[in-house]
Structures are given as structure tokens and as C-alpha cells.
Ligand binder design. Structure first.
Ligand code: SIN
Length: 293
């Protein structure tokens, strides 16, 4: 069997890829205990390399989840979801059996509308349906790499606007009304920011495509039709199956995704079952354009 040389760098965790483009499973970490510095370094490197990492069979409290998240940065308190009782930093991504629609059922990356977008999220699976409720992830490093050299050159000169008013729950009040109980903060939407279309990833140092269908409004300086044509192409390109991984949740799973390197999309297929996951979002750092190098 041929060796996967990317995995040889990890000394303190065991890593197995979930797909060639995005996602890896990490073994050898118990999140109910504080991380050792060398474990922290390996986990951070794995996040940069694979975009989203999964730790299985974690028997952790909300306080353990919070300690793990805080070791990677300050917490960004979510404006939209109800918090977990006693933990304002933890968003309760919860769906009751009789509730229709999944929050975040479209491809997106969290917080791209902020001036300094969130680094990532730590997502703990608390109650999972026997079938359905999976989450899709797409890898934006692989999606960028697969573009032609000509299009890469065009994209590296561009910036795009992102807004929290673009997502369907805010853009269409009829859709929003269906989520009022689960997303009490929807009326706070109205935040916009401009970012490079291709960024240099702060951990991996790789070039990453940084637009997403959930929040990207348009290309700076382009008209609506031009923007739509380019963005639709990029959205179709980036969600091709070879850039994606579909995660079937098990209770006790903890996912940690990097918003600067991945998109995600919750599948809306578990009507009749309760689904509860707890999300903590970690602050990021200013994005750096790849063309600045
Ligand atoms: C999210 O969009 O942050 C949550 C995704 C999910 O519920 O699977």
C-alpha cells in the first residue's frame, strides 16, 4: 500500500482522511481533558490541511467543549440561535420532530459577512436522528486548485461583497417566518463586508477560494448579471462531488471546521426526528489576499 505522506507529519494524533479533498478523522484525543501543547499544534495543523476534522466518541460536557474551543481563540457569540442554557457562547442548533426545514440547508461558510470572519466552529453532536440530518462539507483549497490558470489569474485580482441579508432566511421573509422560533436573532441582520475572492489561508498557507453561495452578494465593481454569472460558475464548480464529503453524525462526534477553507450544508431530510448539535464559533484574524504575496 502506498503511504499518504501528508499524514506522516503528525506525531501526537492519528489522522485518517475522510476524502481526498476535505475532512479527516482524528484519533488519540480525549476532549474531556485539557489539550497538551503538542496535541494543540497537531490539531491546528490538521485543521489547516483538511479543512474539517472529526473526533469520535467524545463524552464531553458543554464546559469541555468550551475549553477546547477557547484554546483556539476568543469566542464569537452567535446572534441568531438560542444559546444552550447556562452557556451564552454555545449556540443550540436544535430541530424538533415537528419542525420543517433545517437551518443552514444551503451551502455556506459561517460569518463571511463580518469584517474579520470567524475562524471556525466546534460542533458537538448531542442528539442525532436514526436516519438523516447529515452535513455536507466542501473543500475550497481543492476547489481553487482545480480551476484553470487563466481563471485563477482573474480571480486573484477580485474582491467580493458578503452580507448576512443574502441567506434565504433573511432574503425571503416567508422563509424567515418558518425559522422565527429557532433563529430569534434574524432581525439583527444587516452586516456587510468586502473580502478578496482568493485568500492565503492563515494556517496552511495555501490559496483558497473565498466566496460562498449563502452570503456572497457580488463581485466588487461588477454589475449584477456579471457577478451572478461568475459566482454561479464558481458555486457549481466548488460543489462538485469530488470536492465534498458527507458526514453521517453519531452522538459523541465533535467536528471542528475552518470557515476560511470549507463550506458546509445541512441536509433537510430528518422530519419526524429531533436533532440537536451544539456549536461554538471561534473568532478569526484579518483575511490576507493571496495576490498580496
Ligand atoms: C451550520 O450551518 O452551522 C450547522 C450545520 C448543521 O446543522 O449540520
Amino acid at each position: 500500500m502506498q503511504a499518504d505522506t501528508a499524514l506522516e507529519a503528525f506525531q501526537h494524533i492519528d489522522v485518517a482522511r475522510m476524502s481526498p479533498s476535505v475532512g479527516a478523522e482524528i484519533h488519540g484525543i480525549d476532549l474531556s481533558q485539557p489539550l497538551k501543547d503538542e496535541q494543540f499544534q497537531d490539531i491546528r495543523a490538521a485543521l489547516g490541511l483538511f479543512g474539517v476534522i472529526f473526533l469520535r466518541d467524545q463524552d464531553i460536557s458543554p464546559a469541555d467543549q468550551l475549553r477546547f474551543a477557547k484554546s483556539f481563540g476568543d469566542i464569537n457569540i452567535n446572534r441568531f440561535f438560542h444559546p444552550v442554557e447556562g452557556y451564552p457562547e454555545i449556540a443550540n442548533v436544535q430541530r424538533q420532530p415537528d419542525e420543517r426545514g433545517a437551518t443552514g440547508w444551503y451551502w455556506h461558510t459561517d460569518h463571511s459577512y463580518d469584517q474579520v470572519p470567524a475562524m471556525g466552529s466546534v460542533f458537538a453532536a448531542r442528539e442525532i436522528p436514526p436516519v438523516g440530518g447529515d452535513t455536507l462539507f466542501a473543500g475550497m483549497t481543492a476547489a481553487y486548485d482545480a480551476l484553470s490558470e487563466g481563471l485563477k489569474q482573474v480571480l486573484e485580482g477580485l474582491e467580493a461583497w458578503h452580507a448576512d441579508t443574502v441567506c434565504p432566511e433573511v432574503a425571503d421573509p416567508r422563509i424567515g417566518a418558518e425559522f422565527n422560533d429557532r433563529l430569534p436573532g434574524l432581525e439583527t441582520a444587516g452586516v456587510r463586508a468586502k473580502h478578496p475572492v482568493v485568500i492565503r489561508h492563515p494556517i496552511s498557507g495555501r490559496k483558497v477560494l473565498y466566496v460562498n453561495s449563502g452570503f456572497t452578494e457580488g463581485i466588487d465593481g461588477w454589475n449584477r448579471a456579471e457577478s451572478k454569472a461568475l459566482l454561479d460558475y464558481l458555486f457549481d464548480h466548488a460543489t462538485q462531488p469530488q470536492f465534498t464529503y458527507r458526514h453521517r453524525w453519531r452522538e459523541g462526534d465533535v467536528a471542528f471546521w475552518d470557515n476560511r477553507a470549507t463550506w458546509h450544508c445541512a441536509l433537510d431530510d430528518c422530519f419526524g426526528y429531533k436533532r440537536v448539535l451544539h456549536r461554538i464559533t471561534i473568532e478569526g484574524e484579518p483575511l490576507r489576499a493571496a495576490r498580496a504575496d
